[in-house]
Design a protein around this ligand. Structure first.
Ligand code: PRP
Ligand code: URA
Length: 213
């Protein structure tokens, strides 16, 4: 269901996700647990967001006869925004093992909070199927909006964003810049602080995943 304030936002408030997210948010949770839980939440989120993947009918021969079934119709590409998006990628791949993985390296300039892109490597035929844009944090939305714009320049027509924690300015920015890109989040938080960090959030996702601070 879309959250009432934002038609582009879908909050996945499954009890298992809420339980794991509470531990992830806890400032005392060490990096190994943070990483493991982030991956588990990503897998749970994949289950729900993959509901929208187009399928094509197939008939398979079982040992006893023929069964009608369905296969995912087009190649799926996961695009994590480096660094923190890497923390969700393996969880998504656990349910989508055939997915290809493209990478967009983007960081926020600490002074201006504007996205700086330093790396891009995606499948050449990325536009042939749906794309999941992955980043645990949607704060101002600058990074996600830039990333979605780059994917559209490559011809991607079906993009969904999967994040862990979204803040209202980020969701608004995505709605304004990319109203065709649904945002799936585990939580919609209150606000941004003066440094544009999400409050209450979980701190710096990249640092907590990789133990860099
Ligand atoms: C974080 C996060 C997002 C971005 C969100 O990355 O992983 O990419 O900030 O903020 P925004 O919505 O205001 O753009 P960060 O810049 O810390 O880079 P890192 O993952 O390399 O540490
Ligand atoms: N990036 C993070 O890692 N955390 C925030 O709260 C905002 C941006």
């Amino acid at each position: 269901m879309p959250a009432s304030r934002f038609p582009n936002l879908f909050v996945l408030d499954h009890p298992l996700i809420l339980h794991k997210l509470s531990i992830v948010r806890d400032a005392r949770t060490p990096s190994p647990d943070f990483r493991r839980l982030l991956g588990e939440i990503a897998a749970l989120m994949a289950f729900e967001t993959c509901r929208h993947l187009p399928t094509a009918p197939v008939v398979v021969k079982t040992p006893l006869g023929e069964a009608s079934g369905a296969r995912i119709a087009a190649p799926v590409t996961l695009v994590p925004i480096l660094r923190a998006g890497i923390g969700m990628t393996d969880g998504l791949l656990s349910l989508l093992p055939e997915a290809r993985v493209g990478h967009l390296g983007i960081y926020r300039d600490e002074e201006t909070v504007q996205p700086v892109c330093y790396y891009s490597k995606v499948p050449t035929d990325i536009a042939a199927g749906p794309v999941f844009l992955i980043d645990p944090m949607l704060a101002t939305g600058g990074s996600a909006s830039f990333a979605a714009g780059e994917l559209k320049k490559l011809g991607c027509a079906t993009i969904r964003m999967i994040c862990l924690v979204a803040a209202p300015p980020g969701v608004e920015r995505m709605l304004a810049d990319h109203p065709d890109v649904p945002v799936h989040a585990a939580a919609l938080d209150d606000r941004l602080d003066e440094r544009s960090y999400i409050v209450p959030g979980l701190g710096d996702a990249g640092d907590r995943i990789f133990g860099t601070r």
